[in-house]
Design a protein around this ligand. Structure first.
Ligand code: NAD
Length: 348
Protein backbone atom coordinates (compact mmCIF):
# COMPACT_ATOMS: atom_id res chain seq x y z
CA UNK A 1 0.00 0.00 0.00
CA UNK A 2 1.27 3.51 -0.81
CA UNK A 3 1.12 5.69 2.27
CA UNK A 4 2.12 9.16 3.46
CA UNK A 5 2.56 9.61 7.21
CA UNK A 6 2.24 13.20 8.52
CA UNK A 7 3.72 14.88 11.63
CA UNK A 8 6.42 12.25 11.99
CA UNK A 9 9.00 13.02 14.67
CA UNK A 10 12.54 11.68 14.21
CA UNK A 11 12.13 9.42 17.26
CA UNK A 12 9.13 7.61 15.66
CA UNK A 13 10.97 6.48 12.53
CA UNK A 14 12.73 3.46 14.02
CA UNK A 15 9.57 2.13 15.66
CA UNK A 16 7.64 2.45 12.39
CA UNK A 17 10.43 0.86 10.33
CA UNK A 18 10.59 -2.09 12.74
CA UNK A 19 6.81 -2.55 12.55
CA UNK A 20 6.59 -2.10 8.76
CA UNK A 21 9.40 -4.46 7.69
CA UNK A 22 9.23 -2.76 4.25
CA UNK A 23 5.71 -4.18 3.64
CA UNK A 24 4.19 -0.79 2.78
CA UNK A 25 5.72 2.04 0.79
CA UNK A 26 5.49 4.78 3.45
CA UNK A 27 6.69 8.35 2.92
CA UNK A 28 7.44 9.87 6.33
CA UNK A 29 7.11 13.65 6.52
CA UNK A 30 7.44 16.05 9.43
CA UNK A 31 4.79 18.49 8.16
CA UNK A 32 1.39 18.43 9.81
CA UNK A 33 -1.56 17.60 7.57
CA UNK A 34 -3.45 20.72 6.47
CA UNK A 35 -5.18 22.04 3.37
CA UNK A 36 -1.74 23.16 2.16
CA UNK A 37 0.06 19.87 2.77
CA UNK A 38 -2.76 17.50 1.69
CA UNK A 39 -1.24 17.48 -1.82
CA UNK A 40 1.61 15.26 -0.51
CA UNK A 41 -1.04 12.51 -0.48
CA UNK A 42 -1.40 12.54 -4.28
CA UNK A 43 -0.91 9.04 -5.70
CA UNK A 44 -1.20 7.37 -2.27
CA UNK A 45 -3.83 4.93 -0.96
CA UNK A 46 -3.68 5.94 2.70
CA UNK A 47 -2.59 8.72 5.02
CA UNK A 48 -1.35 8.22 8.57
CA UNK A 49 -1.95 11.13 10.96
CA UNK A 50 -1.58 12.21 14.60
CA UNK A 51 -3.63 14.30 17.03
CA UNK A 52 -2.37 17.72 15.91
CA UNK A 53 -3.09 17.10 12.21
CA UNK A 54 -5.98 18.95 10.61
CA UNK A 55 -8.39 16.24 9.49
CA UNK A 56 -11.37 18.58 9.26
CA UNK A 57 -14.07 18.39 6.56
CA UNK A 58 -12.26 20.45 3.94
CA UNK A 59 -9.04 18.47 4.34
CA UNK A 60 -10.93 15.15 4.22
CA UNK A 61 -12.65 16.28 1.02
CA UNK A 62 -9.33 17.28 -0.52
CA UNK A 63 -7.83 13.89 0.43
CA UNK A 64 -10.86 12.13 -1.10
CA UNK A 65 -10.45 14.17 -4.31
CA UNK A 66 -6.81 12.99 -4.41
CA UNK A 67 -7.99 9.35 -4.23
CA UNK A 68 -7.23 8.59 -0.58
CA UNK A 69 -9.24 5.59 0.64
CA UNK A 70 -7.91 5.17 4.17
CA UNK A 71 -6.91 7.38 7.12
CA UNK A 72 -5.15 5.77 10.08
CA UNK A 73 -4.44 7.85 13.18
CA UNK A 74 -1.53 6.93 15.45
CA UNK A 75 -3.67 7.83 18.48
CA UNK A 76 -6.50 6.42 20.57
CA UNK A 77 -8.51 9.67 20.43
CA UNK A 78 -10.20 10.51 17.13
CA UNK A 79 -11.63 13.95 17.99
CA UNK A 80 -9.31 15.59 15.42
CA UNK A 81 -11.00 13.73 12.54
CA UNK A 82 -14.27 14.77 10.88
CA UNK A 83 -15.69 11.25 10.87
CA UNK A 84 -18.94 12.22 9.13
CA UNK A 85 -17.05 13.83 6.25
CA UNK A 86 -14.86 10.72 5.88
CA UNK A 87 -17.86 8.42 5.93
CA UNK A 88 -19.63 10.55 3.34
CA UNK A 89 -16.64 10.26 1.00
CA UNK A 90 -16.21 6.50 1.64
CA UNK A 91 -12.87 6.90 3.43
CA UNK A 92 -12.21 4.18 6.01
CA UNK A 93 -10.78 5.27 9.37
CA UNK A 94 -8.76 3.46 12.00
CA UNK A 95 -7.18 4.33 15.32
CA UNK A 96 -5.04 2.49 17.87
CA UNK A 97 -7.69 1.84 20.51
CA UNK A 98 -5.57 0.61 23.39
CA UNK A 99 -1.84 0.65 22.77
CA UNK A 100 -0.58 0.99 26.33
CA UNK A 101 -3.11 2.31 28.84
CA UNK A 102 -0.46 2.02 31.56
CA UNK A 103 1.73 4.61 29.81
CA UNK A 104 -0.98 7.26 30.18
CA UNK A 105 -2.13 6.07 33.62
CA UNK A 106 1.42 6.19 34.98
CA UNK A 107 1.85 9.72 33.61
CA UNK A 108 -1.41 10.85 35.24
CA UNK A 109 -0.14 9.51 38.56
CA UNK A 110 3.30 11.09 37.95
CA UNK A 111 1.60 14.49 37.57
CA UNK A 112 -0.43 13.90 40.76
CA UNK A 113 2.65 12.89 42.79
CA UNK A 114 4.82 15.71 41.41
CA UNK A 115 2.11 18.23 42.38
CA UNK A 116 1.44 16.81 45.83
CA UNK A 117 5.15 16.56 46.73
CA UNK A 118 6.03 19.92 45.07
CA UNK A 119 8.77 18.28 43.02
CA UNK A 120 9.02 21.14 40.51
CA UNK A 121 9.76 23.63 43.32
CA UNK A 122 12.18 21.23 45.08
CA UNK A 123 14.12 20.57 41.85
CA UNK A 124 14.23 24.27 40.94
CA UNK A 125 15.46 25.19 44.44
CA UNK A 126 18.06 22.40 44.26
CA UNK A 127 19.48 23.88 41.05
CA UNK A 128 20.28 26.98 43.14
CA UNK A 129 21.73 24.88 46.01
CA UNK A 130 18.73 25.93 48.11
CA UNK A 131 17.75 22.94 50.24
CA UNK A 132 15.19 24.63 52.54
CA UNK A 133 11.94 22.74 53.16
CA UNK A 134 9.57 25.58 54.16
CA UNK A 135 7.60 25.53 50.90
CA UNK A 136 7.76 21.81 50.20
CA UNK A 137 5.06 20.39 52.48
CA UNK A 138 2.95 17.87 50.55
CA UNK A 139 0.16 15.42 51.35
CA UNK A 140 -0.30 11.63 51.44
CA UNK A 141 -2.45 9.91 48.83
CA UNK A 142 -3.06 7.07 51.30
CA UNK A 143 -6.69 7.25 52.54
CA UNK A 144 -7.61 10.05 50.10
CA UNK A 145 -10.59 9.72 47.74
CA UNK A 146 -9.75 9.68 44.03
CA UNK A 147 -12.51 10.14 41.44
CA UNK A 148 -11.95 8.62 38.00
CA UNK A 149 -14.13 10.04 35.22
CA UNK A 150 -14.23 7.49 32.38
CA UNK A 151 -13.65 3.85 33.24
CA UNK A 152 -12.19 2.66 29.95
CA UNK A 153 -8.71 1.25 29.39
CA UNK A 154 -6.82 4.22 30.86
CA UNK A 155 -9.30 5.05 33.62
CA UNK A 156 -9.17 1.47 34.94
CA UNK A 157 -5.34 1.39 34.75
CA UNK A 158 -5.21 4.68 36.70
CA UNK A 159 -7.69 3.38 39.29
CA UNK A 160 -5.52 0.29 39.84
CA UNK A 161 -2.48 2.43 40.70
CA UNK A 162 -4.43 4.67 43.11
CA UNK A 163 -5.95 1.54 44.68
CA UNK A 164 -2.37 0.37 45.26
CA UNK A 165 -1.62 3.63 47.10
CA UNK A 166 -4.44 2.82 49.54
CA UNK A 167 -6.88 5.38 48.10
CA UNK A 168 -10.63 5.03 48.05
CA UNK A 169 -11.52 5.13 44.33
CA UNK A 170 -14.83 6.46 42.98
CA UNK A 171 -15.69 5.97 39.31
CA UNK A 172 -18.13 7.44 36.82
CA UNK A 173 -18.86 6.31 33.26
CA UNK A 174 -21.85 6.28 30.92
CA UNK A 175 -21.22 2.55 30.35
CA UNK A 176 -20.72 0.32 33.39
CA UNK A 177 -17.57 -1.72 32.79
CA UNK A 178 -17.42 -5.44 33.59
CA UNK A 179 -14.24 -5.41 35.64
CA UNK A 180 -14.66 -2.80 38.37
CA UNK A 181 -11.82 -3.90 40.69
CA UNK A 182 -12.02 -1.82 43.88
CA UNK A 183 -13.95 1.08 42.36
CA UNK A 184 -17.18 2.43 43.81
CA UNK A 185 -19.48 3.50 40.95
CA UNK A 186 -21.11 6.87 41.59
CA UNK A 187 -23.11 9.56 39.81
CA UNK A 188 -20.96 12.35 38.36
CA UNK A 189 -22.12 14.90 40.98
CA UNK A 190 -21.24 12.52 43.83
CA UNK A 191 -17.79 11.98 42.34
CA UNK A 192 -17.22 15.73 41.93
CA UNK A 193 -18.28 16.54 45.51
CA UNK A 194 -16.61 13.55 47.19
CA UNK A 195 -13.14 13.43 45.61
CA UNK A 196 -9.86 14.92 46.82
CA UNK A 197 -8.31 14.12 43.44
CA UNK A 198 -10.18 13.92 40.10
CA UNK A 199 -8.56 12.27 37.07
CA UNK A 200 -10.27 12.57 33.68
CA UNK A 201 -10.22 9.71 31.15
CA UNK A 202 -13.14 10.25 28.76
CA UNK A 203 -12.82 11.02 25.03
CA UNK A 204 -13.54 14.55 23.80
CA UNK A 205 -17.01 14.54 22.23
CA UNK A 206 -19.89 17.02 21.94
CA UNK A 207 -21.20 15.57 25.24
CA UNK A 208 -17.91 15.76 27.17
CA UNK A 209 -16.59 19.13 25.88
CA UNK A 210 -16.13 21.52 28.87
CA UNK A 211 -17.46 18.92 31.32
CA UNK A 212 -15.15 20.57 33.86
CA UNK A 213 -16.61 24.09 33.86
CA UNK A 214 -17.61 26.63 36.54
CA UNK A 215 -20.74 24.63 37.49
CA UNK A 216 -18.78 21.39 37.90
CA UNK A 217 -15.97 23.13 39.81
CA UNK A 218 -18.51 24.69 42.21
CA UNK A 219 -19.53 21.16 43.30
CA UNK A 220 -15.94 20.10 44.11
CA UNK A 221 -14.15 20.08 47.48
CA UNK A 222 -12.09 23.22 48.20
CA UNK A 223 -8.46 22.60 47.25
CA UNK A 224 -9.28 19.66 44.94
CA UNK A 225 -6.58 18.29 42.64
CA UNK A 226 -7.58 17.85 38.97
CA UNK A 227 -5.53 15.77 36.53
CA UNK A 228 -6.26 15.78 32.79
CA UNK A 229 -4.28 13.48 30.50
CA UNK A 230 -7.20 12.99 28.14
CA UNK A 231 -8.03 15.98 25.92
CA UNK A 232 -7.68 19.71 26.62
CA UNK A 233 -11.24 20.58 25.60
CA UNK A 234 -12.69 18.59 28.52
CA UNK A 235 -11.75 21.50 30.81
CA UNK A 236 -13.01 25.03 30.17
CA UNK A 237 -9.74 26.88 30.69
CA UNK A 238 -11.38 30.27 31.23
CA UNK A 239 -13.36 28.74 34.15
CA UNK A 240 -10.50 26.88 35.81
CA UNK A 241 -8.13 29.88 35.86
CA UNK A 242 -10.17 31.92 38.42
CA UNK A 243 -10.82 28.73 40.43
CA UNK A 244 -7.06 28.16 40.67
CA UNK A 245 -6.42 31.77 41.58
CA UNK A 246 -9.07 31.69 44.36
CA UNK A 247 -7.72 28.35 45.72
CA UNK A 248 -11.00 26.48 45.02
CA UNK A 249 -8.90 24.24 42.78
CA UNK A 250 -5.72 23.51 44.74
CA UNK A 251 -3.70 21.69 42.08
CA UNK A 252 -3.98 21.18 38.33
CA UNK A 253 -1.95 18.65 36.35
CA UNK A 254 -2.35 18.84 32.58
CA UNK A 255 -0.81 16.77 29.82
CA UNK A 256 -3.28 18.30 27.38
CA UNK A 257 -4.46 21.87 26.91
CA UNK A 258 -7.62 23.23 25.29
CA UNK A 259 -5.67 25.33 22.77
CA UNK A 260 -2.60 23.10 22.35
CA UNK A 261 -2.95 22.76 18.56
CA UNK A 262 -0.16 24.73 16.89
CA UNK A 263 1.78 24.97 20.19
CA UNK A 264 2.41 21.52 21.65
CA UNK A 265 4.92 19.16 20.00
CA UNK A 266 7.14 22.06 18.82
CA UNK A 267 9.61 24.52 20.37
CA UNK A 268 7.86 27.89 20.91
CA UNK A 269 10.50 29.41 23.20
CA UNK A 270 10.15 32.79 21.49
CA UNK A 271 6.34 32.85 21.59
CA UNK A 272 5.63 33.24 25.32
CA UNK A 273 3.07 35.99 24.71
CA UNK A 274 1.21 33.92 22.09
CA UNK A 275 -1.31 32.41 24.53
CA UNK A 276 -1.99 34.46 27.66
CA UNK A 277 -4.17 31.77 29.31
CA UNK A 278 -1.43 29.16 28.92
CA UNK A 279 1.10 31.65 30.32
CA UNK A 280 -1.15 32.26 33.36
CA UNK A 281 -1.47 28.50 33.91
CA UNK A 282 2.28 27.90 33.61
CA UNK A 283 3.11 30.74 36.01
CA UNK A 284 0.75 29.34 38.68
CA UNK A 285 2.88 27.35 41.18
CA UNK A 286 0.05 24.84 41.68
CA UNK A 287 -0.15 23.95 38.00
CA UNK A 288 2.03 21.41 36.24
CA UNK A 289 1.88 21.13 32.45
CA UNK A 290 3.51 18.52 30.25
CA UNK A 291 3.31 18.72 26.44
CA UNK A 292 0.98 15.82 25.55
CA UNK A 293 3.67 13.27 26.39
CA UNK A 294 1.67 10.72 28.40
CA UNK A 295 1.86 8.25 25.50
CA UNK A 296 5.60 8.80 25.05
CA UNK A 297 7.15 5.56 26.29
CA UNK A 298 9.19 3.08 24.25
CA UNK A 299 6.56 0.41 24.79
CA UNK A 300 3.67 2.64 23.70
CA UNK A 301 5.52 4.00 20.63
CA UNK A 302 6.27 0.47 19.43
CA UNK A 303 2.68 -0.64 20.01
CA UNK A 304 1.32 2.44 18.18
CA UNK A 305 3.58 1.60 15.22
CA UNK A 306 2.64 -2.10 15.31
CA UNK A 307 -1.09 -1.41 15.41
CA UNK A 308 -0.88 1.26 12.70
CA UNK A 309 0.93 -1.14 10.36
CA UNK A 310 -1.54 -3.92 11.30
CA UNK A 311 -4.39 -1.56 10.26
CA UNK A 312 -2.71 -0.97 6.88
CA UNK A 313 -2.13 -4.76 6.47
CA UNK A 314 -5.82 -5.49 7.05
CA UNK A 315 -6.96 -2.77 4.65
CA UNK A 316 -4.59 -4.09 2.00
CA UNK A 317 -6.23 -7.51 2.39
CA UNK A 318 -9.61 -5.72 2.11
CA UNK A 319 -10.48 -6.76 5.66
CA UNK A 320 -12.06 -4.70 8.42
CA UNK A 321 -9.66 -3.40 11.09
CA UNK A 322 -11.93 -4.69 13.88
CA UNK A 323 -11.76 -2.72 17.14
CA UNK A 324 -9.65 -0.09 15.41
CA UNK A 325 -12.50 0.81 13.03
CA UNK A 326 -13.92 4.20 13.98
CA UNK A 327 -16.50 4.47 11.18
CA UNK A 328 -19.80 4.46 13.07
CA UNK A 329 -21.74 2.88 10.21
CA UNK A 330 -19.28 0.01 9.72
CA UNK A 331 -21.29 -3.21 9.50
CA UNK A 332 -18.36 -5.60 9.43
CA UNK A 333 -16.81 -4.41 12.70
CA UNK A 334 -15.40 -7.34 14.65
CA UNK A 335 -13.17 -7.65 17.67
CA UNK A 336 -11.24 -10.49 16.11
CA UNK A 337 -7.82 -8.91 15.58
CA UNK A 338 -5.15 -10.70 17.59
CA UNK A 339 -2.47 -8.30 18.83
CA UNK A 340 0.70 -9.56 20.42
CA UNK A 341 2.61 -7.18 22.69
CA UNK A 342 6.28 -8.05 22.21
CA UNK A 343 8.68 -5.45 23.56
CA UNK A 344 11.77 -7.59 23.93
CA UNK A 345 13.61 -5.83 21.10
CA UNK A 346 13.02 -2.25 22.17
CA UNK A 347 15.78 0.28 21.86
CA UNK A 348 17.51 1.08 25.15
P1 NAD B 1 -11.64 4.12 26.26
O1 NAD B 1 -12.53 4.21 25.06
O2 NAD B 1 -11.10 2.79 26.65
O3 NAD B 1 -12.40 4.73 27.53
C1 NAD B 1 -13.15 5.91 27.51
C2 NAD B 1 -14.30 5.74 28.49
O4 NAD B 1 -15.01 6.98 28.55
C3 NAD B 1 -15.31 4.65 28.08
O5 NAD B 1 -15.49 3.74 29.14
C4 NAD B 1 -16.58 5.45 27.77
O6 NAD B 1 -17.78 4.74 28.09
C5 NAD B 1 -16.40 6.66 28.66
N1 NAD B 1 -17.20 7.80 28.25
C6 NAD B 1 -17.44 8.25 27.00
N2 NAD B 1 -18.24 9.34 27.03
C7 NAD B 1 -18.51 9.57 28.34
C8 NAD B 1 -19.30 10.55 29.03
N3 NAD B 1 -19.98 11.48 28.35
N4 NAD B 1 -19.35 10.49 30.38
C9 NAD B 1 -18.68 9.53 31.06
N5 NAD B 1 -17.94 8.56 30.47
C10 NAD B 1 -17.85 8.60 29.12
O7 NAD B 1 -10.48 5.15 26.00
P2 NAD B 1 -9.05 5.18 26.73
O8 NAD B 1 -8.09 4.32 25.98
O9 NAD B 1 -9.24 4.94 28.18
O10 NAD B 1 -8.63 6.70 26.43
C11 NAD B 1 -9.32 7.78 27.00
C12 NAD B 1 -8.85 9.08 26.36
O11 NAD B 1 -7.50 9.33 26.71
C13 NAD B 1 -8.81 9.03 24.82
O12 NAD B 1 -10.07 9.32 24.26
C14 NAD B 1 -7.80 10.11 24.50
O13 NAD B 1 -8.49 11.33 24.32
C15 NAD B 1 -6.93 10.19 25.75
N6 NAD B 1 -5.55 9.77 25.50
C16 NAD B 1 -4.54 10.66 25.81
C17 NAD B 1 -3.22 10.29 25.60
C18 NAD B 1 -2.06 11.22 25.94
O14 NAD B 1 -0.93 11.00 25.48
N7 NAD B 1 -2.26 12.26 26.73
C19 NAD B 1 -2.92 9.04 25.07
C20 NAD B 1 -3.96 8.16 24.79
C21 NAD B 1 -5.28 8.53 25.01
Amino acid sequence: MKVVAYSIKPFEKEFLARANQKKHDITLISNALSLDTASFAEGKDAVVVFTNDDVSRDVVNKLADLGIKYIATRSGGTDHIDKKAAEKRGIKLANVPSYSPQAIAEHAVALALALSRKLEKAIEQGHHFNFRQDELIGFNFYNKTVGIIGLGHIGLATAAIFNGFGCKVLGYDVVVPGNLQDIKLTALDELLSGSDVISIHVPLTDQTKHMINAQAIAKMKPGVMIINTSRGGLIKTSDILPALESGKVGYLGLDVYEFEKGLFFEDHTGDKQKDSMLKRLIENPNVLITPHQAFLTKEALQEIANQTIANLDLWQQEKCVGDACVNKECKTKTTARPLKMDHTNLLP
